[in-house]
Design a protein around this ligand. Structure first.
Ligand SMILES: Nc1ncnc2c1ncn2[C@@H]1O[C@H](COP(=O)(O)OP(=O)(O)OP(=O)(O)O)[C@@H](O)[C@H]1O
Ligand SMILES: Nc1nc2c(c(=O)[nH]1)N=C(CO)CN2
Length: 166
């Protein structure tokens, strides 16, 4: 199954955190790296006043059948990078969201797939469409979803390039 993950950071050394998270995600068996998007500097959406984020999207291939196991891996990587949960949508050293896991649709208390807010988030859809121009989310082309969104707060950081995990 193909997996799409979104990474975000707006505290500490944001780029180092994204690269570290990428390496850490693929550090154990079960998840194979496919591609990573460019890095974008993005205005924070929602939550209290906070600094800008760096965001990127990672495409992976997985042999893990259970999406909750993937969520555990994502939350484990967040914790490894010192994430402290305070306010909803508050600043964080690292956020790892599961955007889609194959065609899985789920609405459990712990895991909603596809991610329930991905379709309205330019900070997810812009990097995703760059790394996969034909991407589809809940039956709609990501490129079409983007056409209806304000992308002004999402700026390419051409000076920052994530390396494929070692
Ligand atoms: N698709 C998903 N990806 C990641 N977490 C999810 C998903 N669906 C549900 N969750 C749950 O959401 C919980 C809270 O996530 P988190 O604190 O990262 O939210 P957030 O990043 O602040 O906001 P948002 O959910 O809007 O991205 C996680 O512990 C996880 O159980
Ligand atoms: N620009 C930006 N804004 C956000 C982000 C994020 O990653 N980037 N993550 C959020 C909660 O997941 C809430 N707001």
């Amino acid at each position: 199954m193909r997996v799409v993950l979104a990474l975000g950071s707006n505290l500490g050394d944001r780029f180092d955190t994204l690269q570290g998270a990428l390496d850490c995600l693929f550090d154990a068996p079960g998840l194979d790296f496919v591609a990573v998007s460019p890095v974008y500097e993005t205005e924070p959406v929602g939550g209290p006043e906070q600094g800008p984020y760096l965001n990127a999207v990672v495409i992976a291939q997985t042999s893990i059948i259970e999406p909750l196991t993937l969520l555990e891996r994502a939350l484990g990587v967040e914790n490894a990078f010192g994430r402290v949960r305070t306010e909803r949508w508050g600043a964080r050293t690292l956020d790892v969201d599961l955007i889609t896991v194959g065609d899985v649709v789920s609405d459990g208390p712990e895991l909603t797939l596809p991610h329930p807010r991905a379709h309205e988030r330019a900070f997810v859809l812009v990097p995703w469409s760059q790394v996969d121009p034909d991407a589809v989310l809940s039956g709609r082309r990501v490129a079409d979803l983007l056409a209806g969104l304000d992308q002004a707060g999402v700026r390419l950081r051409a000076d920052l390039t994530l390396q494929r995990p070692v």
